[in-house]
Design a protein around this ligand. Sequence first.
Ligand SMILES: Cc1ncc(COP(=O)(O)O)c(C=O)c1O
Length: 450
Amino acid sequence: MTSLIYPTTNLARTEELNIVRGEGIYVFDAGGRRYLEGLAGLWCSALGYGNRELIEAIREQLETLSYSHMFGGRTHQVGMDLAERLSAMLPIPEAKIFLANSGSEANDSMMKMLRYWANVSGRPERKKIIAFERSYHGVTLASAALTGLPVMHEHFDIPARELGIIRAATPHYYHGHREGESEAEFVGRLIADVRGLIEREGPETIAAFIAEPIGGAAGVVVAPDGYFPALCRLLGEHGILFWADEVICGFGRTGNAFGSTTVGARPQLMSLAKQMSSAYVPISAAAIPGSMYEALVEPSRKAGIFGHGFTYSGHPVASAAALKAMEIYERDGLFAHAAAVGEHMQRRLREFRDHPLVGEVRGRGLIGAVELVAGKDGRKPFPDGRAGAIAVQCCREQGLLIRAVAGSSIAFCPPLIISEAQIDEMIECFDRALAEATDAIHREMSGLLQ
Ligand SMILES: Cc1ncc(COP(=O)(O)O)c(C=O)c1O
């Protein structure tokens, strides 16, 4: 073993797969074996590997200005151009853009801006944030506090309560509905519960509600139609901002520019990362409305600075990569492509619905999941991540790299450039892998099966 501490890894099982190169939607390991990137790396490699245009834009920027910061009045054109392009794309009035390097930093920065805003606009009590019980928003102390997955909290003393994080039920109908409850009734009950939560906590104490339009690492959670429009209406009644974490859904993943559009949400705040630069260089953004930005200006005039920023905020090379990625997305109509081939992927995934170990198949556009369950009739989940891990291992043996999320949901999120034929190839790999995984699960975990 080398000296690396690996991120989000079982530290007792590291260095199992050494990837050495990528090409299109495929990567190759040190032994020369080819794998289809079924999760676009970590939900991020929209344009796949080896995109010459993107590489050339990055190379040119490295030669012109490899680094310059944005502190204390300094700026550079490529960073300003990126902000203008984003601001014009986002559904936020006169959006102002704070640039960072990761989704976690974007969410952390947003929380700090919300706290600052509450303090300088005379409402210091308005700082609580509602997040789903099952949710993923990152791993810094503040963004981990937003994240609602026990394994990301355990042993870390994450200050969720201290930061005013409160939880609402995850809108996952399959697991959350009561016997005989329709989707519309489920939505009505959850929205009533959020209303109750807001009333109990006091609306004047709640700044925002953060949610992914479609949850990714939390299990590819697709809320029933009507949930997000009703939620946004409710929040609007109380002056609570809807904060869309578009780190996965942003830039075409669900078949629209933003996942918020797909689910009918109207965000006032947005976090962006991952596909923002197609993962060629790390970059992220926290976008706020112009009116909120205005409130930050005067206090910083008094203090001399707005005291938040990173060495690499608006890094010119990352900004150039993001600008070029957006140019390619638009020119090549990649969001519409994701919608079209996404329908094909969803159709093909639904073929697994009748498999005895498959509880639910769900998704939109080019993000989807096949959830494995121990009991199909009673929606009985597997108690830990073992079934998912077995399936992922079988997929790897078949030349498909994907991940199991929230235990036993096998997630699919291929690069946006994938073709229908390549989706078929991915599905056929999964079909073979699922047959092998089913045998292994029967062998190793038969006692759990219903
Ligand atoms: C929805 C969402 N938000 C935030 C993050 C955190 O992003 P990062 O890993 O770049 O810090 C992720 C990462 O997967 C994510 O999926």
